[in-house]
Design a protein around this ligand. Structure first.
Ligand code: PEP
Ligand code: MG
Length: 547
């Protein structure tokens, strides 16, 4: 039997199923408490203990997991939620029931808000479960203990579970819920664990069943035959050999150079990227530095961060993106208006233009950092939809001392007008995540439309081809910095469409490097042509594979 979902990463795994225990039962509604004051104190303590435990786990896990767990710890101590819990206990509920109701109400509200907020609802539910478990005196639902490796199957994984996974035991993750940007997916990607999320029939899987997980294909084979298991083990070995091979610059089999760069969100991850063979940085997401900032960071504060980044790449290209605030990444000091459809609103360069003071400060900080370090600094603007915006940004950047200024192509209009954009921009970088969302009209954060968010879609590829042609005509660099670049088979197609560099999460570099070596530029072009002629993402994938 074959089940399908959304694959995260390219790896494979074969192992027996271990299910996460199902959530705790709902605390009974009718139970009452004799001493509400004591009940409030008991509940308050449980909330504090859970918060402390989450902070501790975060400190142990570090990296992306730490941010996620710290955010959860804050939820456990949220004063509004606490007030609500206290009111319910005063009204006669038990602590368990009060926590259950208050958190649930908040979760429903978050789901109603949609997008990024809805995806945080699962985190809140997890905090509630932990608090109720503590109050009830039962272990918090979590990853099962096992002496032997297994494939973890769950309805959804909370960040607290994913953060501390023992990678010597957990071969792969399978979840029923969750989209491509759920925490399970983000953390699985960061920790290179193969995962398939959004598998509708995952509830039917039973402990002990053998599972062949192919994250690249997004499939699960239940009780596979021996030949399939042998083939999977052969591919697992092949991947291992490829990733432990020598780290060389990105190059096709015929010697065509394709720079392999890293996507980074903070300077601390720079060394890890260098160790994995990043030849520089293709996308530094500056908004990640300031997600929690209440006011605009000063030039000095920004400069310190940029210097730390640039120092890790002496003599190498580092492409820094101006703040991409708005939609899924609102910044308190830039996005203060309520918008019905923030992805279509005042985000990226649009909001920076409204607040040119902030843009000027950022470009100044970057120019100063660039002048003090040896890296080759390139700066680009996010969410550009018009050639005029490109002209505006590049002129301003040059005025403030940036030598190489370009723009991201994330909106179909700018892909179609790439030739005009390149009249002002020194380079372009295609953000396939947003380009796919806007081409297919599907919110990239919404699980319900996740199947549209597929950069293999020939409509997306045609837009990439347009940009590739425009770049080649004037000899300017066309980078790719969306998740698409991390898919080795698609990376080859993107090169065939004219991409001159590929930037990705550093964990994906080895696979892409190995895949590029297997083709010549002519072969990459043939695969690209086959994919372009297809009528669906699935057909494009298949066509490229057999071209
Ligand atoms: C993209 O849209 O593809 C991109 C790289 O930018 P972000 O994911 O930060 O929106
Ligand atoms: Mg984007």
């Amino acid at each position: 039997m074959r089940l399908t979902g959304i694959g995260v990463g390219r790896a494979l795994a074969v192992g027996p199923v271990r299910r996460m225990p199902d959530p705790l039962p709902e605390p009974p509604e009718g139970a009452t408490v004799a001493d509400p004051e004591a009940e409030i104190a008991r509940t308050r303590t449980a909330l504090q203990q859970v918060s402390a435990e989450l902070l501790q786990r975060g400190a142990r896990a570090g990296g992306d997991a730490r941010n996620v767990l710290e955010a959860q710890a804050l939820m456990a101590e949220d004063p509004t939620l606490l007030d609500d819990v206290v009111t319910r206990i005063t009204g006669g509920r038990t602590g368990e029931r009060a926590v259950f109701e208050a958190f649930l109400e908040f979760q429903v509200m978050l789901v109603g808000l949609g997008g990024y907020m809805a995806e945080r609802a699962a985190d809140l539910g997890d905090v509630a479960q932990r608090v109720i478990a503590r109050l009830t005196g039962v272990p918090a639902p979590g990853v099962p203990e096992s002496d032997t490796p297994f494939v973890l199957v769950a309805r959804d994984l909370a960040p607290a579970d994913t953060a501390l996974l023992d990678l010597t035991k957990v071969l792969a993750l399978v979840t029923r819920d969750g989209g491509p940007t759920s925490h399970t997916a983000i953390l699985a990607r960061a920790r290179s664990i193969p995962a398939v999320v959004g598998v509708r029939e995952a509830d039917d899987l039973r402990d002990g069943q053998l599972l062949l997980v192919d994250a690249g294909a997004g499939t699960l084979d239940v009780d596979p035959d021996q030949a399939s298991v042998d083939e999977a083990h052969r591919r697992i070995e092949e991947r291992r050999a490829a990733s432990s091979g020598p780290i060389t610059p990105g190059v096709l089999g015929d010697g065509t150079r394709i720079q392999l760069l890293a996507n980074l969100g903070n300077a601390k991850d720079a060394q890890g990227a260098v160790d994995l063979g990043a030849e520089g940085v293709g996308l530094f997401r500056t908004e990640f530095l300031f997600l929690d900032a209440k006011s605009a960071p000063t030039v000095g504060e920004q400069k310190a961060q940029y210097v730390a980044l640039l120092k890790a790449f002496p003599g190498k290209k580092v492409v820094v993106r101006a703040l991409d605030a708005g939609a899924d990444k609102p910044l308190a000091f830039l996005n203060d208006s309520e918008e019905e459809n923030p992805a279509l609103g005042l985000r990226g360069l649009r909001v920076l233009r409204e607040r040119e003071d902030i843009l000027r400060e950022q470009l100044t900080a970057l120019a100063e950092a660039g002048a003090e370090t040896e890296a080759e600094l390139w700066v680009m603007a996010p969410m550009v939809s018009e050639p005029e915006e490109s002209a505006y940004f590049t002129a301003l950047a040059k005025e403030l001392g940036i030598r190489t200024a370009g723009v991201m192509v994330e909106v179909p209009s700018s892909a179609l007008l790439a030739a005009h954009i390149l009249e002002s921009a020194d380079f372009v970088s295609i953000g396939t995540n947003d380009l796919t969302q806007y081409t297919l009209a599907a919110d990239r954060l919404l699980g319900t439309v996740a199947h549209f968010q597929d950069p293999w879609h020939p409509a997306v590829l045609r837009l990439v081809a347009e940009v590739g042609r425009a770049g080649a005509a004037v000899g300017k660099s066309v980078g790719i910095c969306g998740e698409a670049a991390a898919d080795p088979a698609l990376a080859v197609v993107l090169v065939g469409l004219g991409a001159t560099s590929l930037s990705m999460t550093p964990a994906a570099l080895a696979d892409v490097r190995a895949e590029l070596l297997t083709v010549t530029l002519e072969q990459a072009k043939a695969r690209a042509a086959a994919a372009l002629a297809a009528g669906s993402a699935a057909d494009a994938r298949a066509a490229a594979a057999s071209a």
